[in-house]
Ligand binder design. Structure first.
Ligand SMILES: NC(=O)c1ccc[n+]([C@@H]2O[C@H](COP(=O)([O-])OP(=O)(O)OC[C@H]3O[C@@H](n4cnc5c(N)ncnc54)[C@H](O)[C@@H]3O)[C@@H](O)[C@H]2O)c1
Ligand SMILES: O=C(O)C(=O)C[C@@H](O)[C@H](O)[C@H](O)COP(=O)(O)O
Ligand SMILES: [Zn+2]
Length: 362
């Protein structure tokens, strides 16, 4: 089984990412190797619970654990600060102590909110990620960014808090909707854009979900390896790690602008990568022809490439200004020099002027 170790030098710890088809059927054994306490709270959403809840809960019970489950409504709107009291109440009611464990079973929404609960409940309790979407398997379950959204913006409350273990079973991706599969591909494509041109080219050659699935273990391993290297170099997101935010400055703004209802995270990132590259290419910061390549690969993967019109530019800018990459009055954006090479650019609001086209809604 491919296994990747993520080292966190600041904490003198590390954790394993295990990638294997049918790993879900071995969850009990895998957890027993890292956890010798008694109680486990599994946090999931209704959809994932329907598909995989029974398998995972039975596994854990058979391994001798006292197990309970919190089942959240699916979707980004659940990843809200207002969801927290209900989660904390259920953890307390179960009597979970610092020597117990929480498992996040689900996509990025479940992973982020459960990780945040784990980071804050009793000032920190161990947690394990079992990511069930492509996006979560290649990105959100790795690297320890956990948190929730506020109406004012994406991921504005959170922590750096790493899981003890990440168990990735690529077979669970079979039940994903095409929309959710495409969301994951947006982050997969992002890795090629920022770090690895040959990987980008390989993805360009795949023309269907089936073809992606034929190489899924390689693709997951490649993305997790890139992310691990970046996170190890800059766990707390002060320099190199910001490159993982390519497409996100605008992407997050779009998600929040539409109240987390219209565009999913992957869709926001897709539009963000294109719009940002267009601006950077017009300013000769990005190699000519790069945006066209990005549009082409996103279209192949059924992802949007344009911001809808009309839009209220001033309001979008208020979200952009809340981006966590901004410091001391300047906005920081991630752009590509060319496919496979990214950089952080310190800029200002005028950089985004091109987004004004399309007018405002008010
Ligand atoms: N922490 C990080 O580093 C990081 C990285 C990238 C994205 N994110 C966050 O991740 C979130 C998006 O995650 P997502 O795209 O996984 O969305 P999601 O968690 O909402 O999952 C998408 C949908 O797929 C369903 N689902 C999950 N697994 C399934 C399966 N195996 N079969 C069928 N249906 C399944 C879910 O119920 C949900 O309806 C955003 O909030 C984003 O900000 C975080
Ligand atoms: O892990 C990171 O670092 C990333 O930026 C990965 C992103 O794909 C992810 O969406 C992350 O949650 C964004 O974090 P934020 O700090 O911009 O809120
Ligand atoms: Zn992302």
């Amino acid at each position: 089984m491919p296994e990747i170790t993520v080292a966190i030098p600041a904490n003198e710890t590390s954790y394993a990412l295990k990638i294997e088809k049918k790993l879900l059927n071995k969850v009990g054994k895998e957890i027993a190797q890292i956890f010798n306490g008694s109680k486990i709270m599994v946090v999931t959403d209704e959809t994932v619970h329907g598909y995989y809840g029974e398998t995972v809960l039975n596994q854990l019970k058979t391994a001798g654990y006292d197990v309970q489950c919190i089942v959240l409504p699916p979707g980004e709107q659940t990843k809200a600060f207002s969801s927290m009291p209900n989660i904390y109440s259920q953890l307390i009611e179960f009597g979970l102590t610092r020597s117990d464990l929480i498992i996040a079973l689900g996509g990025g929404v479940v992973g982020d909110i459960t990780g945040f609960a784990a980071a804050t409940y009793l000032r920190g309790i161990s947690f394990v990620q079992i990511p069930t979407t492509l996006l979560a398997q290649v990105d959100s379950s790795v690297g320890g960014k956990v948190g929730v959204d506020l109406p004012e913006g994406k991921n504005l409350v959170g922590a750096f808090y790493h899981p003890k273990l990440v168990l990735i079973d690529p077979l669970v991706l079979e039940t994903l909707t095409d929309l959710s599969f495409a969301d994951g591909m947006a982050e997969v494509i992002k890795y090629g854009c920022i770090k690895d041109e040959p990987f980008f080219n390989l993805l360009m050659d795949l023309s269907s979900r089936e073809e992606v699935m034929e190489q899924i273990e390689y693709i997951i391993e490649k993305c997790c390896t890139i992310k691990k290297e970046v996170v190890q170099a800059d766990e707390k997101d002060t320099s190199e790690r910001m490159l993982l935010n390519f497409g996100h400055t605008l992407g997050h703004a779009i998600e929040a602008y539409y109240n987390y209802e219209t565009y999913s995270h992957g869709q926001g990132v897709a539009i963000g990568m294109v719009e940002l590259s267009k601006i950077a290419e017009e300013k000769s910061l990005t190699k000519s022809g790069t945006t066209e390549k990005i549009i082409s690969i996103l279209e192949k993967n059924h992802l949007p490439t344009k911001l809808a019109e009309p839009r209220d530019y001033a309001k979008i800018l208020t979200y952009i200004k809340k981006d966590k990459k901004n410091f001391e009055g300047s906005l920081n954006v991630i752009l590509l020099n060319e496919i496979g090479q990214a950089q952080k650019l310190k800029t200002n609001r005028q950089f985004f002027d091109a987004l004004k086209t399309g007018g405002t809604t008010n």
